[in-house]
Design a protein around this ligand. Structure first.
Ligand code: NCD
Length: 338
């Protein structure tokens, strides 16, 4: 079991099933706070350094929201050009300084390995919010939490399930981290659907196969979507040499209600880490699916707040005392339905 208190969260490789169950349990206990049925001041006075050196909406705001929901304060730095990294400061120096201003740091950076490098200079826990094409552990945890809830709503478990991952599997860090995390479960069938040039890295495929799971590699949607979960992704244009190169693959796999009806099972759950690229040249996940009850993308994003609350509570060692700092919500709120 991972010793959460004081730990950096840098990679999904740190987790075993027991640690995941522990986190899921804490994340579920965060629901009344996220739904505004009550509030807590357990992290009153604590400061999150939220450092996002790469574009982000959900991940950045949900880290901040999660910390605020626990009663803590958020200091944000956005973009390399607005930080002293643009003046040649090392990640180590930035970490030494900012970690004395914060109690915990969440960080996203375009280079693989950068968050781990930063963590070496930090005196407080560092949580990886995505390092280049490498890893995105908190997304994988919230994805797994979502899969677990969606599967149990259909009377199924993660063990034995079939997941199809679609799109840019080469540069998509969410699919790398999620596949590696799923290794901890049993008898999973993975269908990796991508253009050849954007295939899942061999290192991830062999890690999954070595753990005893079944892997299928495909290059078209049709005939390959009869899975429990279909996890669609965006072409990671920011990691390509040129826009033209990315354009070759945009719009290659378009999932819409007609394809769903024809090729998915009646209750296949559709996930996407978001943002979905809704421009007409891409439109990888059509708006015509918005009313489909099996479209889990917004439940997935909501689960991100719960999972990040759980991670902050655990790394700061307050997960068992949250309720001691409860307070009432006095303003109007209609979020109690979830
Ligand atoms: C993903 C990311 O940044 O890796 N988004 C996210 O964190 N929710 C996927 C993407 O940007 O396509």
């Amino acid at each position: 079991m991972l010793k959460f208190q004081g730990a950096n969260i840098l990679s999904v490789n740190q987790f075993d099933r027991e640690s995941i169950e522990y986190l899921f349990n804490i994340a579920s206990k965060m629901e009344p706070y996220a739904h505004r049925q009550k509030r807590t001041r357990v992290l009153d006075g604590a400061i999150l350094g939220n450092l996002f050196f790469e574009p982000s909406t959900r991940t950045r705001v949900s880290f901040g929201t999660a910390f605020n929901l626990l009663g803590g304060h958020v200091r944000e730095t956005v973009g390399i050009s607005n930080s002293a990294l643009a003046k040649g400061e090392s990640l180590y120096d930035t970490a030494r300084v900012l970690s004395s201003y914060s109690d915990v740091i969440a960080m996203r950076h375009p280079e693989a390995g950068s968050v781990a490098e930063f963590a070496e200079g930090s005196r407080v826990p560092v949580i990886n919010g995505g390092d280049g094409a490498n890893e995105h552990p908190t997304q994988a945890l919230l994805d797994l939490f979502t899969i677990s809830k969606e599967q149990s709503a259909h009377g199924k478990s993660i063990d034995g399930m079939h997941i199809a991952m679609v799109g840019d599997l080469k540069y998509g860090r969410t699919v790398h981290s999620l596949s590696k995390l799923l290794r901890l479960y049993k008898d999973i069938k993975f269908t990796f659907i991508s253009p050849n040039a954007l295939a899942m890295p061999d290192s991830v495929i062999s890690a999954v196969e070595d753990a005893g799971h079944k892997v299928e590699i495909k290059d078209q949607l049709e005939g390959n979507l009869d899975a429990d979960i279909v996890y669609q992704t965006r072409v990671q244009e920011e990691r390509f040499e040129s826009e033209e190169e990315a354009n070759k693959y945009r719009g290659r796999f378009r999932l819409n209600q007609a394809i769903y009806t024809q090729h998915c099972k009646s209750n296949t759950v559709i996930m996407h880490p978001l943002p979905r690229d809704s421009r007409s040249a891409a439109n990888e996940l059509d708006n015509d699916m918005n009313q489909n009850p099996n479209l889990a993308i917004f439940r997935q994003a909501d689960n991100g707040v719960l999972m990040r609350m759980a991670l902050f509570a655990c790394t700061l060692g307050v997960e068992n005392v949250v309720e001691q700092y409860d307070d009432k919500v006095v303003w109007f709120s209609n979020k109690s339905q979830g």
